[in-house]
Design a protein around this ligand. Structure first.
Ligand SMILES: Cc1cc2nc3c(=O)[nH]c(=O)nc-3n(C[C@H](O)[C@H](O)[C@H](O)COP(=O)(O)OP(=O)(O)OC[C@H]3O[C@@H](n4cnc5c(N)ncnc54)[C@H](O)[C@@H]3O)c2cc1C
Length: 229
């Protein structure tokens, strides 16, 4: 899976702090971004978090390009309704007749017998797809035979509030492994550009309390644990 940060709102930490300042201080619009200090942003953003005043996070957005994600994972991803998506179309783009175009879970890759079953099934479905296309069947109909694990490409935009929500759900150890890995890479990229806004992010355990009905029993100890485990 490849995840690239294509674009983001400039100075994300300072912008969210500016939104907080206009709410709570007697300050003019022209003064908002002047003389901003990192420590001040940290203090203001920590207060926003504490009070749940998260609409201020919506002023900042991040746009990612992703490829090598399965349609299994992208189906989960697009359930996040407050994000914007553009996904490669299987109606317009002919899919590759290549076993590598299908994502193989490690559990299957590491089991020779399972891998054989998987790759043979992929080969058969790709052959059927190719034969249907050659018969003149439209791509939008031929694709019905393709595996659910076929890789896809997307551009996605989320604001910082939605990103926090996404990270809270998808960085849980119980989330599906592929969307978990996507969320991990996205958070690492967000932290490079907005270290204060994403100083802490992730599932409830990172904030000290697991909300899962069936806990994994392995709460993250800290952000390093979450990002590099
Ligand atoms: C561990 C796990 C298991 C899951 N299992 C299943 C499953 O078995 N079947 C299944 O169908 N889905 C499943 N899902 C998907 C899940 O139900 C959500 O669709 C998905 O996680 C997106 O979350 P969301 O709706 O909170 O987020 P978003 O769509 O990103 O919305 C963000 C927030 O905005 C608010 N919001 C958005 N739209 C509305 C609205 N119309 N009305 C009121 N408030 C709104 C809510 O507060 C919401 O949390 C699962 C998700 C997880 C993390």
């Amino acid at each position: 899976m490849n995840v690239f940060l294509l674009a983001h709102t400039p100075e994300p930490d300072a912008l969210v702090a500016a939104a907080a300042k206009i709410c709570y201080r007697d300050i003019t619009a022209g003064e908002l971004l002047k003389g901003e200090e990192k420590n001040l942003s940290r203090e203001l953003i920590a207060d926003l978090f504490k009070s749940g005043h998260l609409s201020t996070f919506e002023h900042v957005s991040f746009t990612f390009a992703i490829d090598g994600l399965s349609r299994v994972a992208s189906h989960q991803l697009v359930r996040h309704r407050l994000a914007s998506f553009s996904q490669q179309s299987q109606r317009y783009v002919k899919m590759k007749y290549d076993p590598e175009a299908v994502i193989i879970p490690d559990a299957i890759k590491n089991n020779p017998e399972a891998e054989k079953i998987f790759t043979e099934a992929v080969k058969k479905s790709q052959e059927a797809y190719k034969n249907l296309i050659e018969l003149g069947i439209a791509k939008e109909d031929a694709r019905f035979i393709l595996p659910h694990g076929h890789s896809t490409r997307l551009v996605l935009t989320m604001n910082a509030r939605e990103l926090h929500h996404f990270f809270s759900l998808r960085l849980c150890r119980r989330a599906q492994w592929e969307i978990h890995e996507l969320a991990r890479q996205m958070l690492a990229l967000c932290r490079e550009k907005a270290p204060v806004l994403f100083e802490k992010a992730g599932p409830a355990c990172i904030f000290g309390k697991c909300n899962e009905a069936r806990s994994c029993g392995r709460p993250y100890k800290n952000m390093e644990d979450l990002l590099f485990d």
